[in-house]
Design a protein around this ligand. Structure first.
Ligand code: DGL
Length: 275
């Protein structure tokens, strides 16, 4: 386990985390990254708290066993349902020098600054919405904001099945945007609280008024990772810097490579990993 420097682990249930990895590579290109997509068991969004926790822990342990000292859960559902337990209960037992970070806190630290009306909308999976993680975290940093949430259970399957550009996607996207905006016409900032949703951003914007700011997490989380590494030089030293990117999937590699190249913007050659 990670005594010497190793890659930064980036985990998602499937392809969504690639939208975060993209920004890591752009903002922090010097580091090595090892991406793991649990495509065989995606989506996680409608699964129980316990299932998401066990799946996520398995994936985090796999990334540790591959030499990562730092793992980013580039998945809101896993961040909402598994991160705290892993940080508080599992890490002290596994190795207290390893770290796991999520995507919700960096997003909520900033989101309130974008809103003038202080009415913020959150789009996420059923699991993320039910966990109440966004309202709870947003209120820590911006007690005055009103938070309105909408679960969009069909959106991740649209992305995972490469149907996100199809006319059928419009129906489900419009439906949930309408439900969200019906909760408050004052919403002026919408958080894409799922790392899959940036793939749907054009259609999401199409059904929102142009005055509404749409926050996708990649850039925010990459900036926050840079600042974390700056503030924790001992962890920074444990992140190797050869500019490599490796991809693991729990499902079929050919399929993964085809889809992942679209999301990552460059060719991807993954390896299969059995959990
Ligand atoms: N990318 C994950 C997230 O950010 C998708 C969850 C899922 O697999 O349903 O929540």
């Amino acid at each position: 386990m990670a005594d010497k420097a190793g890659p930064i682990g980036v985990f998602d249930s499937g392809y969504g985390g690639l939208t975060v990895l993209n920004n890591f590579v752009e903002q922090l290109p010097q580091y090595d990254y090892l991406y793991l997509g649990d495509n065989a068991r995606a989506p996680y969004g409608n699964r129980s708290f316990d299932t998401v926790y066990h799946y996520t822990l398995e994936c985090v342990n796999l990334l540790f066993s591959r030499g990562c000292s730092l793992v980013i859960l580039a998945c809101n559902t896993a961040s909402a349902k598994a991160l705290r337990t892993i940080q508080q209960k599992d890490l002290p037992k596994i190795n207290s020098e390893l770290r796991v970070l999520g995507v919700i806190r960096p997003t909520t630290e900033l989101a309130g600054n974008y809103s003038t009306s202080k009415h913020i909308g959150v789009l996420g999976t059923a699991g993320t919405v039910a966990s109440q993680s966004y309202p709870v975290e947003l209120h820590k940093f911006f007690p005055e904001v009103k938070v309105f949430q909408e679960a969009c259970p069909m959106w991740v399957p649209l992305v995972e099945n490469n149907e996100f550009n199809s006319p059928g996607a419009d129906y489900f996207i419009k439906k949930h945007i309408d439900h969200l905006m019906q909760q408050s016409p004052l919403i002026d900032t919408v958080i894409l609280g799922c790392t899959h949703y940036p793939l749907l951003i054009d259609k999401i914007k199409k059904y929102l008024s142009p005055q509404v700011s749409v926050l996708s997490q990649g850039e925010i989380v990459a900036h926050s990772l840079g600042s974390y590494l700056y503030r924790h030089p001992e962890m920074e030293a444990r992140c190797s810097k050869n500019g490599t990117r490796e991809f693991l999937t729990t499902d079929d590699t050919e399929n993964f490579d085809r889809h992942a190249a679209i999301f990552f913007g460059k060719p991807v050659q993954s390896k299969h990993i059995a959990l």
